[in-house]
Design a binder for this molecule. Structure first.
Ligand code: NAD
Length: 468
């Protein structure tokens, strides 16, 4: 598909959604989106039927469904990325292509679910990973299709079906991804409605889904409010919440690597990813050198009154909240607004501020990074722990001092700790290991996979099958 064809599809689907035309699926409307329902009840009933069919099918069929979901999503990745940018107004198309391909290829499938067995004089005991049934999942606007593909592959690999309550600001893009995935399942003989969603998602429909008597597990990905709501749902929940990832740079660091890592990491998708670098604590001995190197890569460094102008633009008047209008916007848009000259398409804005500044303390979700000068590495690590606010989400450090790296790993105690690379390496992008876009720090699950979405079930046979 060429660029124009992608553009045509995206504008057609988005126009349909904007004019409220996205119809709920009925058998008399074979061309309408698959998996999109008017009510939570209808979405739930359809997903339950799909789950019951799925668990009767051979595991080989499940593997085939997952393989086809990967294939079809990869074929449509440019449309998914463009739709997300056009509908939400957040981030960058090229970054969204990368993020989608990451979840398509590096989300673990059914192969991660290995049973454990013990045999001995008393016989055989098996630990198996059983499905929950129907999962209710709440998704963010910052990674709309990435979360659906990532959750979807993990949940279906575990034998579940899922009802999504997607972010209202990304409902069209999300419905498009859900339709695509259902078609991929049907195409290889899998059930339809393995993934469903509510046509017009709201906070109320999210609450209804989380407390629905037939929801077997609640999974949420978003800010603090939805995490609290999930914990109040009365159900077992897997909650992935906000972060404020600090980066520590000490005097032993490879400064070129640190500058490149911070520049590319903090600018990924205009910094709307929860794991993206949000503030830097660098020791005085290398501070200026580090700033110079990041500037040389293309970042725009603000000073004095320029910082004040940016504060007025991207912070709320109380300076305790961000101005959400600027979430996920590009540096050039911000720089134009505050009348700071720039060349080309800079990816990052940097500035030196003190530790208590909102650019350090708030989760901004914008390509703006505050830098704090510290006297030594111990002060940098202590301040990083404070700036992370106990989310235990993500942190990183550039250093060759093994003692200092060890200390930071222990005291920051995050789900992801990256050493000498961009934070996205911790998501498996240029780093080893699988990926996840639901990093459930509040409930301690960390980077979720199909394992997170299964129940541990023990099966004991007395007296037999001790072969050795
Ligand atoms: P958001 O919290 O505004 O929305 C997330 C979802 O929760 C949406 O579907 C929204 O409708 C729903 N929601 C919000 N408040 C709710 C409430 N009180 N009751 C029920 N549902 C509610 O988040 P966003 O702007 O879409 O995403 C950005 C936030 O999500 C950031 O804080 C980011 O750090 C976090 N996030 C975390 C992870 C992770 O893996 N830990 C991944 C992505 C995003």
């Amino acid at each position: 598909m060429n660029k124009d064809q992608i553009g045509d599809i995206v504008s057609r689907v988005l126009n349909q959604i904007r004019s409220g035309e996205m119809p709920s699926r009925t058998d008399s409307m074979p061309g309408s989106p698959k998996g999109v329902f008017k009510t939570v009840d209808a979405a739930h009933d359809a997903a339950r039927k799909a789950h019951e069919v799925l668990v009767q099918m051979p595991l080989e069929k499940r593997r085939e469904i997952i393989a086809n979901i990967r294939k079809r999503s990869a074929q449509d990745v440019h449309t998914l990325a463009k739709m997300a940018v056009d509908e939400t107004g957040l981030g960058r198309m090229t970054c969204k292509v990368k993020k989608n391909l990451l979840v398509i290829h590096k989300t673990p499938g059914p192969e991660i679910l290995q049973p454990t067995a013990w045999t001995g004089d008393n016989g055989l005991t098996l630990m198996e990973n059983a499905p929950y049934g129907v999962i209710g999942s709440i998704t963010p606007c910052t990674n709309p299709t990435e979360t659906i593909i990532n959750n979807g592959i993990g949940m279906v690999s575990g034998g579940n079906a899922v009802v999504f309550n997607t972010h209202p600001a990304a409902k069209g893009t999300s419905a498009y991804a859900i339709d695509l995935i259902n078609r991929a399942s049907i195409e290889v003989g899998g059930p339809e409605n393995l993934m469903t969603c509510v046509q017009t998602p709201t906070i109320e429909s999210a609450q209804e889904l989380m407390t629905h008597p037939k929801t077997d597990l609640v999974v949420v990905t978003g800010g603090g409010a939805v995490v609290k709501a999930a914990m109040r749902s009365g159900k077992k929940c897997v909650a992935a919440g906000p972060g404020n990832p600090p980066v520590v740079v000490d005097q032993t660091a490879d400064l070129d690597k640190a500058a490149r890592g911070i520049y590319t990491g903090a600018s990924l998708d205009n910094n709307i990813i929860c794991t993206d670098e949000k503030e830097v604590l660098a020791v005085d001995a290398v501070f200026d050198d580090l700033m110079d190197r990041i500037e040389a890569l293309g970042a725009v460094r603000l000073r004095n009154h320029q910082i004040t102008r940016l504060e007025k633009l991207i912070l709320a008047p109380d300076r305790e909240h961000i101005n959400r209008q600027w979430v996920g916007q590009s540096p050039s848009k911000m720089l134009q607004e505050i009348e700071v000259p720039f060349k080309g398409d800079p990816r990052l804005i940097i500035c030196e501020v003190d530790f208590n500044h909102p650019f350090i303390q708030l989760e901004k979700l914008m390509p703006v990074i505050g830098f704090v000068r510290t006297k030594d590495v111990h002060e940098a690590i202590d301040l990083a722990v404070e700036a992370e606010h106990g989310y235990r989400h993500t942190a990183s450090m550039y250093s060759r001092d093994i003692e200092a790296l060890h200390r930071m790993a222990r005291v920051i105690n995050c789900s992801i700790f990256v050493k000498n690379a961009s934070n996205y390496a911790g998501l498996g992008l240029g780093g080893e290991g699988y990926t996840s876009f639901t990093i459930a720090s509040p409930t301690g699950d960390g980077l979720t996979t199909a394992k997170t979405f299964t129940r541990q079930r023990r099966c004991t046979l007395s007296g037999y099958f001790r072969i050795v």
